[in-house]
Ligand binder design. Structure first.
Ligand SMILES: [Zn+2]
Length: 98
């Protein structure tokens, strides 16, 4: 006798216990950051020119409890933000204080 493979119903999608590290900023928030900072990168103080990639940078990283509120965001070139991000990761003391 050949048993027919029964298709198991997929288990219901489980909700992830922890949230993704990067919260997505909506377009409106990004536009507000851009307008508030006058289109000037807050890291190198150069204007963000047409066609340049830019980001709404978290002043306090969201992984450190920073919020996605305007007060915690600043306009930055993508390249400036990435350059800073690498350094910031280095200066982080990863240890746990007991
Ligand atoms: Zn810049």
């Amino acid at each position: 006798m050949k048993g027919k493979l029964k298709q198991q119903p997929l288990p219901p999608p489980t909700t992830a216990p922890h949230r993704p590290r990067r919260e997505r900023l909506d377009k409106q928030t990004r536009a507000r950051v851009f307008a508030r900072d006058g289109g000037v990168c807050q890291l190198c103080r150069e204007p963000v020119r047409f066609g340049q990639l830019w980001t709404a940078d978290h002043i306090k990283p969201s992984s450190h409890g920073g919020t996605g509120l305007l007060s915690n965001l600043r306009l930055a070139h993508k390249r400036c933000n990435e350059a800073r991000g690498n350094r910031a990761a280095r200066t982080d003391t990863g240890g746990y204080v007991r």
